[in-house]
Design a protein around this ligand. Structure first.
Ligand code: FMN
Length: 191
C-alpha cells in the first residue's frame, strides 16, 4: 500500500498535483479534474500579491476556490517580502491549505517586477521572500521554480537546498530555464 503523501500536516490521497496554468486551471477546471480522480492537490492560477493587498476584485477572484477542491494550494507571486507576507496572510485567511510561491513565471510583466523567474537571478532575495512568507503564516509553504535563468545559470539545486533549509514544505521544478520560456523538451534528467 502506498503511504499517504504529506505536505506539512496536509495529507494528499493521491500523489499527483494539478500544475497551475494561468488562464486555464480556474475553479471549474480544477473541480473537473478532482471529480475524475485525477489528482490529490490542486493549485490556483498565480495570484498577484500586490493585487491581494490592494483588494483588487479580479485578483481576489483568482484566489477563489470551492470546498470540493480541498486540499487547495493558492499560488502567489511578487517581489517585495512585506507585500508577500501580507498577501500570504490574506490567502491563509481565505482558507488556503497550502501557499505556493511562484518563482517560475517567465513573462516580462512579472520578471520586470522582480518576481516570478527573475528571482532565480538573485537567490538571496528569493530566500528573503521565502522567509517572509513562512514567518507570516501557519500553513505549509511550497515553492515552484525554474531550472535557472538560462543554460549558463542552472541554479535550481542551490535554491532548492536553501528553500529546504528555510522550511519549505515541497519544491516543484518546471524543468526549463526562464530563457526557454515554454520551448524545447523539459529537461527531466536527474541531477
Ligand atoms: C498556459 C500556461 C500557464 C501557466 N501558468 C502557470 C502559473 O500560473 N504558475 C506556475 O507555477 N506555472 C504555470 N505554468 C507552468 C506549468 O505549471 C508547468 O510547470 C509547465 O508548463 C511545465 O510542464 P510541461 O513540461 O508539461 O509544459 C503555466 C504553463 C502554461 C502552459
Amino acid at each position: 500500500m502506498r503511504p499517504p503523501t504529506k505536505i506539512g500536516a496536509v495529507s494528499l490521497d493521491h500523489p499527483a498535483a494539478l500544475a497551475p496554468m494561468a488562464g486555464m486551471t480556474d475553479t471549474a477546471f480544477r473541480r473537473l479534474v478532482k471529480r475524475h480522480g485525477g489528482c490529490g492537490l490542486v493549485v490556483t492560477e498565480m495570484v498577484s500579491s500586490e493585487g491581494l493587498v490592494r483588494g483588487i476584485d479580479r485578483t481576489l477572484e483568482y484566489a477563489e476556490y470551492t470546498e470540493e477542491e480541498r486540499p487547495v494550494s493558492i499560488q502567489i507571486f511578487g517581489g517585495d517580502p512585506r507585500v508577500m507576507a501580507d498577501a500570504a496572510q490574506i490567502v491563509e485567511g481565505m482558507g488556503a491549505d497550502i501557499i505556493d510561491i511562484n518563482m517560475g513565471c517567465p513573462a516580462k510583466k512579472v520578471t520586470g517586477g522582480y518576481s516570478g523567474s527573475a528571482l532565480m537571478r538573485d537567490l538571496d532575495h528569493a530566500v528573503s521572500l521565502i522567509d517572509a512568507v513562512i514567518g507570516a503564516v501557519d500553513v505549509p509553504v511550497t515553492v515552484k521554480m525554474r531550472l535557472g535563468w538560462d543554460a549558463a545559470n542552472r541554479n535550481a539545486p542551490d535554491l532548492a537546498q536553501r528553500a529546504e533549509a528555510a522550511g519549505i514544505g515541497l519544491i516543484t521544478v518546471h524543468a526549463r530555464t526562464r530563457c526557454q520560456f515554454f520551448k524545447d523538451a523539459a529537461d527531466v534528467r536527474p541531477y
